[in-house]
Ligand binder design. Structure first.
Ligand code: SF4
Ligand code: SF4
Length: 608
């Protein structure tokens, strides 16, 4: 009788679980397929690190992450126990008297204790501490799930105290089994669905941060306009969100009081998918204003513990807007500059030629030169950045490196790509690739992190592969053994990691090695290394004239963080960070000094 009742209950609850999962699977299957499994070794390594070992979860919030990891590891460890108990309850086989099961049960006791500690900590945090990242209301569903997990662990531990066959033991068994079934039915429609899908989402996440595959214009691809244009990975992402808010608290736009909140973007996608509004315009679901507030810094994606990729949605939606002529005015002016003059400021290339001549630069010749120095828009036209490039040339000449530059350059296309103007990006990129192929450098050296990312990794999507190195990495290697770090008379500086260098490129040690090698005492700002706070320039926002509304300017927030270190010298390694932070300095009327990393090194480099 009890077995029949258990069968019926299992069928009902598993049926409810399956029906809800089927709805989500149907939505994923109906989306254009964007799943990819390239670079398998990397994906497997990341799966082990971020899913099995929970490294990403623990890294950013050590205590909370560890408590979450306890619950996750317990969830995995109890899989076999639940299976054996259900096989017994369904009358299929009773393995509970076997020696290995006794040993396994004993082995589970420390897991059960750890899960209890973890879930009670998380329950208190959610119900009473209520950090801002978790939202402004206590989720009833989370409380219920926490109580379910607590009940499961308590009923498990009670099995060691209750004598088999007694009424108390039977009641305890039924409570345990019913809670598992109720948990199962609750999972798919809640954020706890991540228990099922997040291992898949992490595995399917692109190895590349901010991965934006080229649009194929032959196939009339124009970007994401409506909900039904979202690819299968984006739909899976929407159903994976655990609502932890890590993306939100790390987003510089949200931090500066803008309307953009990457967590909200994912939850709005989920709501719209469940509501079935397939033809709804993305600009209306998220609001166009919000879509233009993203600096493409990558913090959201990089921090997400469950493999969600925000940038393909945000930039994809921008592409859709641009294809309909809905870009903001300031971008229209920048596109015009790119179209007429192939650079973001619309200046004549005679200015670049004058700089090339005055700096005594040779035209690159693969037979004569070891490296090709890519100047970029800033290097071609920005007088301040040209000073830093002169420092780089000085270092190269002092260390005997033979280098040259292209006779002609265009913008690498990054500002067009990351604002959604894919057509313009592809025109610039393919023309540059033709010139680079003709010049045939083995190594390209640049002081612009955006050029490193675009030429080094985005151009690979056209099949053009070349070694592109940021000057901090190149010069660090070049100057090893040239100077000893010295504690005497050390200059106190702070270093601002550019997002496209630290987060996208993972280059965090080399700039610091250079600074300490040449006598700097570094004071780290909050948000540093591979999780810096953005300067506010990326994603076309360098050109935005109304970035200050609503909230603060992102650059002002970052400048304050840098000032709070107490250092009066800020070292930068990106022309756009430099422009933004100097603007913030001017508004704050501060006497902070800005020095480009190459200028710092050049001024200290022994000349013997
Ligand atoms: S990329 Fe940066 S600015 Fe854009 S949503 Fe993510 S965290 Fe915010
Ligand atoms: S998108 Fe990722 S980081 Fe953001 S709330 Fe959801 S799970 Fe957390």
């Amino acid at each position: 009788m009890a077995t029949v009742a258990f069968w019926l209950l299992c069928l009902a609850f598993v049926g409810a679980f399956a029906a809800q999962v089927a709805k989500r699977v149907q939505l994923i299957a109906a989306a254009p397929n964007t799943f990819a499994v390239d670079n398998l070794p990397f994906r497997i390594q990341r799966f082990v690190r971020d899913v099995l070992l929970q490294v990403r979860t623990i890294r950013e919030r050590p205590l909370t992450g560890l408590m979450h990891a306890f619950v996750f590891w317990g969830f995995v460890a109890f899989g076999g126990y639940t299976t054996v108990e259900f096989l017994y309850g369904l009358g299929i086989v009773d393995l509970r008297g076997t020696a290995w099961f006794h040993a396994y049960r004993l082995m589970l006791t420390p897991f059960a204790t750890a899960v209890l500690v973890g879930i009670i900590y998380l329950l208190i945090r959610r119900a009473f501490v209520r950090p801002i990242a978790l939202g402004d209301h206590v989720s009833l569903e989370s409380i219920v799930i926490a109580l379910f997990i607590t009940t499961l662990m308590v009923t498990f531990l009670l099995t060691f105290r209750l004598e088999e066959g007694t009424t108390a033991a039977t009641v305890n068994w039924w409570i345990h089994a019913l809670v598992i079934l109720a948990f199962l039915a609750l999972i798919p429609a809640s954020k706890h669905f991540h228990l099922v899908v997040s291992p898949i989402t992490v595995f399917l996440k692109s190895p590349e941060l901010g991965n934006l595959p080229n649009l194929d214009f032959e196939k009339e691809q124009v970007g994401l306009e409506t909900l039904k244009d979202l690819g299968s990975k984006m739909v899976l992402d929407a159903f994976t969100c655990v609502e932890c808010g890590r993306c939100q608290v790390n987003c510089p736009a949200w931090g500066a009081g803008k309307e953009l909140n990457p967590k909200k973007i994912i939850l709005q996608t989920q709501d719209a998918l469940v509501a079935g509004t397939r033809d709804a315009k993305l600009g209306e679901i998220y609001s166009e204003t919000v879509l233009w507030q993203c600096t493409t810094c990558g913090a959201c994606e990089n921090q997400c513990p469950v493999g969600i990729e925000h940038l393909p949605i945000l930039i994809g939606a921008r592409r859709g807007l641009v294809s309909n002529g809905d870009a903001p005015e300031y971008l229209g002016a920048m596109y015009n500059n790119l179209e007429r003059r192939s650079n973001i400021w619309g200046l004549g290339y005679d200015q670049r030629a004058k700089f090339v001549q005055s700096a005594g630069l040779d035209t690159f010749d693969a037979a004569k030169h070891e490296v090709l120095v890519w100047l970029g828009c800033a290097g071609s036209f920005d007088a301040d950045f040209q000073k830093s490039l002169r420092s780089l040339f000085d270092i190269l000449r002092t260390t005997g490196i033979r280098f040259g530059v292209l006779a002609k350059e265009r913008c690498n296309g990054d500002p067009a790509k990351r604002t959604g103007n894919e057509y313009m990006y592809q025109e610039l990129a393919t023309a540059n690739i033709d010139d680079l192929k003709a010049a045939a450098p083995k190594t390209i050296l640049t002081s612009c992190p955006h050029c490193v990312k675009t030429i080094g990794s985005d151009y690979a999507k056209f099949g053009y592969r070349v070694d592109v190195v940021h000057s901090s990495v190149f010069v660090e290697e070049l100057t090893r053994g040239r100077a000893q770090s010295s504690a005497d008379g050390a200059e106190t500086v702070t270093f601002h990691d550019p997002c496209y260098l630290g987060r996208y490129g993972g280059t965090v040690d080399e700039p610091r090695a250079l600074l300490t090698r040449f006598g700097a005492d570094i004071r780290e700002p909050v948000r540093n290394r591979d999780n810096p706070y953005c300067c506010g320039a990326g994603g076309g926002l360098l050109f935005a004239d109304k970035e200050e509304e609503p909230g603060s300017r992102i650059s002002d927030v970052r400048f304050k963080q840098l000032r709070d270190t107490g250092a009066t010298t800020v070292v930068t390694a990106c022309p756009f960070c430099s422009i933004m932070l100097k603007g913030a300095q001017a508004s704050a009327q501060a006497d902070t000094q800005f020095v480009d990393l190459m200028t710092f090194v050049s001024s200290k480099l022994p000349r013997t």
